[in-house]
Design a protein around this ligand. Structure first.
Ligand SMILES: [Zn+2]
Length: 227
């Protein structure tokens, strides 16, 4: 998730410190994002994919309680990128900005900043409550611990991941690159990656937007049943 334009310099810096990783590996990560072979669809088996919550999926965003360093337009654009990307699987979506006091559209998903609603995670999708919560406290902590880390990339990944649950992906992917992935199960199980060294080279290896495999799973989950 690093800015590609900065990478030549970064590569040189890493080479100087004996930790070189160069161009072809980056191409490999990009290839993992773009390609989905049948054997690439692997999950942790922690859920059963199903059709999207609604089609079209309406996502209404309230900026109340957002971290000061994110503007409403920035978060809205982040949501729109995620929604448009997921909609490639054939489920239409629409993102809107909720003004203070404005009611949620019928059947809409409430996208909000809420420490309680995200239950200690960066983000949380609560399907029964139709709530997609992002955690302002976690973003504050990230900024404190890693002030130079691009927070908007984390926001994009969190939003893309949680939105995926509303598009019907209930199981988490076991393929590291997928935006719906978990890296490990906490019991020694690890996600799958073309090159494990590359996984370590990135602070965050996951794609910020749905990969070809995320989209393929979404497509399969949303195939209309035969009459
Ligand atoms: Zn999840």
């Amino acid at each position: 998730m690093r800015d590609l334009r900065r990478l030549p310099l970064l590569g040189l810096l890493l080479a100087a410190s004996g930790l070189c990783w160069a161009g072809p590996d980056l191409a490999l990560r990009e290839q993992e994002i773009q390609q989905c072979r049948p054997e690439d669809i692997v999950t942790w088996g922690d859920g059963q994919d199903r059709p999207a919550l609604a089609s079209p999926l309406l996502l209404a965003y309230s900026h109340a309680g957002a971290p000061a360093w994110f503007t409403p337009a920035q978060v809205l654009a982040t949501l729109e990128r995620a929604a448009q990307s997921w909609s490639r699987c054939g489920v239409a979506s629409r993102v809107s900005l909720l003004q203070p006091g404005q009611a949620l559209p019928p059947g809409g998903v409430f996208v909000q900043w809420s420490e309680i609603g995200s239950a200690g995670n960066f983000g949380l999708a609560n399907l029964s409550r139709r709530s997609l919560a992002m955690n302002p406290a976690m973003f504050a902590l990230l900024r404190e611990r890693k002030p130079n880390y691009p927070a908007e990339q984390t926001l994009q990944m969190v939003v893309s991941h949680e939105m995926g649950h509303f598009f019907g992906l209930m199981a988490h992917s076991r393929r590291c690159i997928d935006v719906t992935s978990y890296y490990s199960d906490g019991k020694g199980g690890e996600c799958q990656v073309a090159d494990r060294a590359l996984l370590k080279a990135f602070g965050e290896y996951r794609s910020v937007l749905p990969t070809a495999c995320d989209i393929e799973r979404c497509r399969r989950a949303n195939i209309p049943p035969h009459p």
